[in-house]
Design a protein around this ligand. Structure first.
Ligand SMILES: Nc1ncnc2c1ncn2[C@@H]1O[C@H](COP(=O)(O)OP(=O)(O)OP(=O)(O)O)[C@@H](O)[C@H]1O
Ligand SMILES: [Mg+2]
Length: 236
């Protein structure tokens, strides 16, 4: 069964003459363990798609299912908990808390989850794997862009999410750091059997993923898989 499914999703922002049709009749299935790139020109609807899958916004029409749960049917509280436990986000601008050091930034999502204890061993493992263990007591403004992005990735992974949504995670990085970050994401995808959706402007990077989903003007135009998925070999 698909871990992510969109059924005839439409997203319209604004009202009347200010309406923007950001997504039009988008249907998509993503299988567990897939690493899919989402590419398309600026304004084509890539971030909108990720935001709907992550439950940060609601579709105007259609359904978004994550692990067979319809996101739109959850209450605000249920959604917050579901998201925290199942979905990790990595954004282009890192969105780290400036007043917290590296360790506390990474542990933050666990801190929010009442009843869950900080798993120091796992946090240490993550920080070591990402090469930022030595930086654990530093603050974000004391780190390079690549290091900050690795902290953001560690934070997104700390709850072992089944789904990782990345919006231009390498957009601000030089090419060497981009290759490194891509390697870390792929390793995490394989090791923890995660499903990753990654928006990128970089076609060469997209081509290294299992699947490339092209969006144009709010529609998916191609979404071929490179390998047959377990549940069938449908396109999109
Ligand atoms: N909150 C919003 N209110 C109104 N319009 C919006 C909003 N967010 C996005 N849009 C519009 O929806 C369309 C799709 O935007 P989206 O951010 O999904 O594009 P994108 O593919 O991520 O672009 P980029 O590559 O520049 O990040 C655009 O026309 C944008 O102007
Ligand atoms: Mg965007």
């Amino acid at each position: 069964m698909s871990i992510l499914e969109l059924q005839h999703v439409e997203k319209i922002y604004g009202e009347k003459e200010n309406q923007v049709h950001a997504l039009r009749d988008v249907s998509l299935q993503v299988e567990e363990g897939e690493f899919a790139a989402i590419v398309g020109t600026s304004g084509s609807g890539k971030s909108t798609l990720l935001n709907l899958i992550g439950g940060l916004d609601n579709p105007t029409k259609g359904k978004v299912l994550v692990k067979s749960r319809e996101i739109g049917s959850l209450s605000r509280k249920e959604l917050t908990i579901f998201r925290r436990r199942n979905i990790g986000f990595v954004f282009q601008n890192y969105s780290l808390m400036p007043v917290l050091n590296v360790y506390d930034n990474v542990a933050l999502p666990v801190t929010f989850d009442r009843g869950k204890h900080r798993n120091h061993k796992y946090i240490e493992e993550l920080l070591r794997e990402l090469g930022i263990w030595e930086k654990r007591k530093k603050y974000p403004n004391e780190l390079s862009g690549g290091q900050q992005q690795r902290v953001a990735i560690a934070r997104a992974l700390v709850n072992k999410p089944h789904v990782l949504l990345c919006d231009e995670p390498t957009g601000n990085l030089d090419s060497a750091t981009t290759i490194e970050v891509m390697g870390l994401l792929k390793a995490s995808c394989r090791k923890y059997k995660q499903t990753i959706l990654m928006v990128t402007h970089n076609e060469a990077i997209a081509q290294t993923c299992d699947r490339v989903i092209h969006i144009e003007d709010g529609r998916i135009v191609t979404g071929n898989r490179r390998f047959p998925a377990k549940g069938g070999d449908d396109v999109c």
